[in-house]
Design a protein around this ligand. Sequence first.
Ligand code: 8X3
Length: 262
Amino acid sequence: MSHTTENQSPRAAVVTGATTGIGRATALELARRGWRVYAVGRRAERLDALAAQAREEAVPGEVVPAPLDVTDEAAVAGLVARVDTDGGIDTLVNIAGGARGTDFVGAGSREDWEWMYRANVLGTLAMCQAFLPGLRAHGEGTVLNLTSTAAVTAYEGGAGYNAAKMGQHGLTAALRLEEAEHNVRVIEVLPGMVHTEEFSLMRLGGDQSAADAVYAGVEKPLTAEDVAEVCVHAVELPHHVNLDQIVIRPVAQAAQHKVIRR
Ligand code: 8X3
């Protein structure tokens, strides 16, 4: 199936965080469904591999690698120019971000906190500022920001990540109010426990056994593909339908503090 806008041009999105996990899965699924996808991330070789996979699968859409850091405003401006030359996008999907550390507030690493604020909040800010003019001009724009259940529930050892995700959550809520008159739809997806290759590994400083322990005994944590399916559904609904906040958890994680391990 190939997705088109009302004037029958193919739908097009910028997806950040596309080198791994939920961002990668979302970019690929959109391309499988006929979208032209600019896949943004810092590791060019991973984006090239994603584009190659899309070609091998002969997807009806396309993955266009866009290697850059979302906090680098000059690089983001370069992408806007390239996208505009190609005909623009109708959807911006901000998935880049992540966690560093599990320190309690009393021992929190300022460096980790600053990294999380930059990656989750300022990266989203830079992408929104860069692409909003085009999304408004399109007439039926969409922004999807991937935050986290950590954006609505604090937990011990989560403060730095909670603060960053709550900041991104606040940005998203204000953006929805500000952009409604421009007919830009703003969706927030808030996943709980998702077992991806890198999220916990990055949070726990590269300690693979500590990262594995996060999911130990949890029968079915969410996968990147589970969350991607929800993101794709949300952006493919008719444009006037706004799933403004989607909380998605595995059944085994009924709440942040209630995880069923067998
Ligand atoms: C990840 C969810 O539970 O680790 O965004 O905070 S959690």
